[in-house]
Design a protein. Structure first.
Length: 476
């Protein structure tokens, strides 16, 4: 499904403090051509109803690209094109390196760079520093020990609000600079956000929400008594434990093919104990997906009847074949995480792709009903705990669980990275942005693309999500 052999290289070294001489139009042309030739969802998104809008967008962006002077300007511009397509996996990322703010030479070099000196500043007399109720986007927020900001209305064509620096512990930011920009969406208290990282590189989030005084994942209103976000307050480590005599807890932070050996070890160490407990919590918060092969063993505990799989097609192009060839090479070299059978699977898939007609869809799954035979176990009820950062193959687990009569979904809507998969990465010729592009599409799952999979039970931020899940299990 959504292999993460190619991990999204979001922030690897390629940052320049010097005057930027690139032409944004070169990157935009590359991106347009690459998506028009390789994106499996292109025809889903550019059709008789949208083709005029698409053509107008391209014309407008090409005009603006000639005027774009900085890397940040170009990123925002190319992002508008990429986000036209309802395919969360396919996006664009600014690559960068860390700046050591304890190294005075690096700091001074950065402060003299165009990246810093060209940054937008909001005059102090325009910054409203009043605090507002928890459900009002305006007000004062902080990440303790790092930043304090004011969110104020500041409307342009691309935004409705900005987060402005009031205080910063790092020398790389100064008061008045814009830390993030927010654009309203159709969902109340939910925004599209462009955030500036510590080194001022840009990051995009399509679902930047305000919930009970918590903005995004880490910004807290200063009026909150306790600054904790229970949705994301979870370790990134693999974990298994028994909560009590009846409840087992399994924490899986990733299904990455590159961590298959670690995942297998976790399963081997925990499954015998899980089989003896009537209740199981599978915690996949912040699980960015990976390989469906690492999801499948969990079926033992959630399976109750035949499972219907989705119809899946691969889009066959020269560039997509190149991506699969790279994955195949990586799998052959990684003998720890990829078995001989898995490598053979890649070889077989690649051989079939090369025989298929170019610029056509090749069926890889017709949507079968799968029947499984597992040894009996004591598990009577399973709760899968997840947040918006559960994406891709993590969401594949949710689809399987929806077909189980003994499983409940708990948390908040998942990320919505489910309609298209098999994500490859290429780099733009000028600013070296990471451009990701899918190569497969899913017939039924496309309905959940962007919006995500809703849980049976939404959780609040009043107390631990694990505690709330335990209470729900006890009521079943």
């Amino acid at each position: 499904m959504k292999n993460t052999i190619i991990l999204l290289l979001l922030f690897i070294s390629n940052y320049s403090f010097s005057q930027e001489a690139c032409k944004c139009s070169k990157d935009l042309d590359f991106i347009i051509t690459y998506y028009e030739n390789n994106l499996p969802g292109f025809k889903d998104n550019v059709n008789s109803k949208t083709k005029d809008t698409y053509a107008s967008l391209k014309t407008s962006l090409k005009t603006e690209a000639e005027k774009a002077e900085t890397k940040s300007d170009c990123y925002k511009l190319t992002l508008q094109f990429v986000e036209f397509f309802r395919d969360n996996h396919s996006s664009i990322y600014m690559r960068s390196e860390n700046i050591d703010d304890s190294n005075e030479e690096q700091v001074q070099q950065f402060l003299a760079s165009k990246t810093f000196t060209s940054r937008e500043l909001i005059p102090e007399d325009q910054i409203d520093q009043n605090q507002y109720p928890l459900d009002d986007i305006r007000g004062i927020y902080e990440i303790k020990g790092a930043y304090k900001i004011a969110v104020i209305p500041n409307k342009t064509a691309l935004r409705d609000y900005v987060g402005v620096i009031l205080e910063s512990k790092t020398k790389l930011w100064k008061a008045g600079q814009v830390k993030f920009e927010l654009k309203k969406t159709e969902v109340q208290h939910e925004f599209q956000a462009i955030s500036y990282l510590k080194n001022h590189a840009l990051e995009y989030d399509s679902r930047f929400s305000l919930k009970e005084g918590v903005l995004g994942d880490f910004w807290f209103k200063t009026s909150l008594e306790k600054q904790v976000n229970h949705a994301t307050d979870v370790s990134y480590k693999f974990d298994f434990k028994t909560v009590n005599d009846s409840i087992a807890y399994l924490k899986i932070p990733t299904f990455s093919g590159g961590r298959s050996a670690k995942i297998d070890s976790l399963y081997d160490a925990s499954f015998n104990t899980i089989r003896t407990k009537p209740y199981l919590i599978i915690d996949v918060r912040n699980n960015g997906g990976g390989s469906d092969a690492n999801v499948d063993p969990l079926l033992e505990f959630i399976y109750t009847n035949k499972i219907k799989t989705d119809k899946v097609d691969l889009y066959i192009t020269k560039d997509n074949i190149k991506i699969w060839e790279r994955w195949y090479t990586n799998a052959k070299e990684d003998t720890i995480n990829f078995s001989e059978d898995r490598v053979k699977w890649f070889a077989k898939r690649l051989k079939k792709m090369k025989k298929a007609r170019l610029n056509s869809f090749m069926s890889v799954s017709k949507g079968e009903k799968i029947s499984k035979n597992y040894k009996s176990n004591a598990v009577q009820k399973v709760a899968i705990l997840y947040n918006k950062n559960c994406v891709s193959s993590c969401e594949a687990l949710l689809f399987l669980a929806q077909q189980s009569s003994k499983t409940i979904l708990v948390g908040e809507n998942s990320g919505g990275y489910v309609g298209y998969g098999e994500v490859g990465a290429v780099y733009t010729p000028c600013y070296n942005f990471t451009l990701t592009c899918t190569s497969s599409r899913y017939k039924k799952q496309r309905a959940y693309e962007v919006i995500g999979i809703a849980p049976n039970h939404y959780l609040n931020n009043i107390k631990s999500w694990v505690d709330q899940t335990i209470e729900l299990l006890k009521k079943q």
